[in-house]
Structures are given as structure tokens and as C-alpha cells.
Design a protein around this ligand. Structure first.
Ligand code: SAM
Length: 210
């Protein structure tokens, strides 16, 4: 399946350069569809590589309300843009985890280029095995079924008051504390519509005995 994503992603980039917007959208939609139909595995793809457009990274980080020195984790970190921007702009530390080693290498290179390699780390591995205990903020842009499967882990491992921001897909049945709706032209190439939704969640205080 991973080879298929790589192939589909390369093909979609070529189609995009060639101006084949409809082809691109349908190829990415196919990749998402194939991922959604794949059986749930501990070590498996939680979504194809589709980078968040930078204008949306900006809004997502504003919504996360990051304070200097806070620890940010991006689950499925791609080229590292979310953690790197959080470090550069907000003085955050943190890490990204991605199942694709080539993307982890790219994210490390990008962190060096942006001068934040001392403060951020990129790890190759399955996001379902990552340690969330240090996080003040977790960000996700993953398949709808994956973000739902993540909810028990987030609620169990994150400290009360930690924030989770999800790009486009709600973490049902967890009720978001804030939802922002946008229209971005940059999303048309990804999902065939300008519609973008950002969901913010706050980990509640632990009930006695939990
Ligand atoms: C939609 S992209 C988001 C990339 C980045 N977070 C962003 O917003 O620009 C999803 C990423 O999750 C990664 N991924 C998929 N399944 C994973 C898994 N089980 N563990 C870790 N990363 C995974 C993919 O390789 C891909 O880079």
C-alpha cells in the first residue's frame, strides 16, 4: 500500500504541474479511499502524505495557542512544517513522527535549514506507538477513521489542559471546544473544495480514580 501512495502522490504532483486539477483531485481521493478501506493495523498507514498548505498551518498554530517553550507533537508529520513553524514562530519544542523514513529525513533537513534542529526532533515510526505524555499540543491531519481511533490514546496519555488540533476531521465522539471554518483556494487541489475546518479539543481534568 505504501508503494501505491508513493506512486499516486508522484503521479498527482505531475498531474498538478500539468494543470490536471480534476485528475489530481481524483487521484488523492482514491488514495484516501484505499487507505480508509485498509484493515486497521498497529503498524499501517493512517493516511497518505498530503502536506497542509502553509496558510492553514498558520491558522492551525494560532488556534493551538502555543506559548514559548511548550511541547508540540505532530502525529504523521510529513515534511515537518507544523513542528518547525511552531518552533520558529512560537519558540516551541517538540517532535514529529512519520511512518515514511524518507519524509522523516526530509523533515530533519528542513529543521536544519530553518535553524531549529536543536529544538525539534523527527522520529520514524507508527504514530500509535508514540509517547504523548510530554505534549502541550498535538496536531493531526489524518484519515477520519484514524483520528477517531486515536481518541482513547489522546485522552489517556495527554495531561489535562493539553490541546489537540485536528485539520478537517472531528475526533468523534469527543466534543470540540472550538471549531473554525475557512475557505482556502489552496485546498481545492487537495480535496476538490475550498472548505477547511479546524477543530480544537482540550483534555478535561481527570475524574477521581482515573
Ligand atoms: C495528510 S499527511 C499530513 C502531514 C503533516 N502533518 C501536515 O499536516 O503537513 C499524513 C502523514 O501521516 C503519515 N502517516 C500515515 N500513517 C502513519 C502512521 N501509522 N504512523 C505515522 N505516520 C503515518 C503519512 O506518511 C503522512 O506524512
Amino acid at each position: 500500500m505504501r508503494f501505491l501512495y508513493r506512486y499516486l502522490y508522484k503521479f498527482s504532483v505531475i498531474a498538478g504541474f500539468a494543470g490536471g486539477r480534476a485528475v489530481l483531485v481524483s487521484v488523492l481521493a482514491l488514495a484516501m479511499h484505499l487507505s480508509a478501506g485498509a484493515p486497521a493495523r498497529a503498524q499501517g498507514s493512517a493516511g497518505p502524505y498530503v502536506p497542509t498548505p502553509t496558510v492553514i498551518v498558520d491558522e492551525l498554530l494560532k488556534l493551538a495557542d502555543i506559548k514559548r517553550g511548550e511541547f508540540v507533537i505532530d502525529l504523521g508529520s510529513g515534511d515537518g512544517r507544523i513542528v518547525i513553524t511552531a518552533a520558529k514562530r512560537y519558540g516551541a519544542t517538540g517532535y514529529g513522527v512519520d511512518i515514511e523514513e524518507s519524509l522523516v529525513d526530509l523533515a530533519r533537513q528542513n529543521a536544519r535549514k530553518e535553524g531549529v534542529a536543536e529544538r525539534v526532533n523527527f522520529i520514524a515510526g507508527d504514530l500509535f506507538n508514540s509517547d504523548l505524555s510530554k505534549a502541550d499540543v498535538v496536531t493531526v491531519y489524518l484519515l477520519p477513521s484514524t483520528v477517531i481511533r486515536l481518541v482513547p490514546k489522546l485522552l489517556k496519555e495527554l495531561r489535562p489542559g493539553a490541546r489537540v488540533v485536528s485539520h478537517d476531521y472531528p475526533l468523534d465522539p469527543w466534543v470540540p471546544e472550538k471549531v473554525l471554518n475557512f475557505n482556502f483556494e489552496e485546498k481545492v487541489m487537495i480535496s476538490g473544495t475550498t472548505r477547511t475546518v479546524l477543530y480544537r479539543y482540550i483534555v478535561p481534568p481527570r475524574a477521581a480514580g482515573r
